[in-house]
Write a protein that binds this ligand. Structure first.
Ligand code: MLT
Length: 263
């Protein structure tokens, strides 16, 4: 996490699954330079917030992750923040909006979905959870996921990004993968929650994203009263890792129009 924010322009950025806060490495600098205090946590079980040897002991739910985020806002003394999330991070941001709407000054939803899983997707998540726990490793998961997480341009022309994504996934704790898959499988439809949000919102989408398709972005935008849409060219689902300059520029443009709050 970055150092203690100055409480008036706080941006909380939540990472994708099954990755960690390094998803935002290329974004934190430019957005900080634009005058924002950027807070980038590892969601529970991921990155440096790795579980202990006994693994997670509470029921998998995005509500628990959102409570963690409220805890961070409390600790840094921020009454509210602009909350942004990439994919799973977006699910957590929407859960935070459901739980503590007064803490969300504006939203950034990147390569994510407002809908709940259908039965097939839910069953697949539960199967992956079992598989990684049985394997005790995320190597097979990395092999399976990397080609769909990044876009065709990144696969063809950004080998360092592909390698970084693979390495982060391989370093992820299987217990965190299983817990988060079960939490995401249980998530509700967030579109009604978004419909009740009157603040500024940015929907950001890598044009090669096949994980959170364009149709899902249209649903987000139809639900958000104050939603603006930006497309990130030559990027897939992990837009912030694949095209950090374009994502940073989109964030800075959006944040310039967000009224500075009390933090
Ligand atoms: C992510 O990138 O966070 C995942 O694709 C989210 C999901 O599995 O739905």
């Amino acid at each position: 996490m970055t150092s203690r924010p100055s409480l008036d322009r706080v941006l909380m950025l939540l990472h994708a699954f099954p990755l960690d806060k390094s998803v935002w490495d290329g974004v934190v600098g430019p957005v900080s330079e634009a005058g924002w205090d950027v807070v980038v946590p590892d969601l529970r079980g991921f990155g440096e917030s790795r579980y202990g040897p006994d693994g997670p002991d509470d029921e998998p739910s995005l509500a628990a992750m959102a409570r963690d985020v409220v805890g961070i806002l409390d600790r840094i003394g921020a009454r509210s923040a602009v909350v942004g999330g990439l994919s799973m991070g977006g699910y957590v941001a929407m859960e935070l909006l459901r739980q503590a709407p007064d803490r969300v000054a504006a939203m950034i939803l990147a390569d994510t979905k407002g809908t709940a899983d259908d039965d097939v997707a839910r069953a697949n998540r539960l199967r992956v959870a079992e598989q990684v726990l049985a394997a005790g490793s995320t190597e097979a998961l990395a092999r399976a996921m990397v080609p769909t997480l990044v876009g065709t341009t990144t696969l063809a022309a950004r080998p360092a990004v592909v390698d970084r994504v693979r390495r982060v996934i391989e370093a992820t704790d299987p217990a965190a993968v299983a817990w988060a898959q079960r939490a995401m499988a249980a998530r509700p439809d967030s579109l009604p929650t978004l419909a009740g949000f009157a603040g500024p919102a940015l929907v950001l989408w890598g044009e090669q994203d096949v994980v959170s398709p364009r149709s899902e972005q249209d649903l987000l935008l139809a639900s958000l009263a104050g939603g603006r849409f930006e497309i990130v060219e030559d990027a897939g689902h992990l837009s912030a890792m694949e095209a950090p300059e374009a994502v940073s520029a989109a964030l800075v443009r959006f944040l310039a129009e967000v009224p500075a709050g009390p933090g």
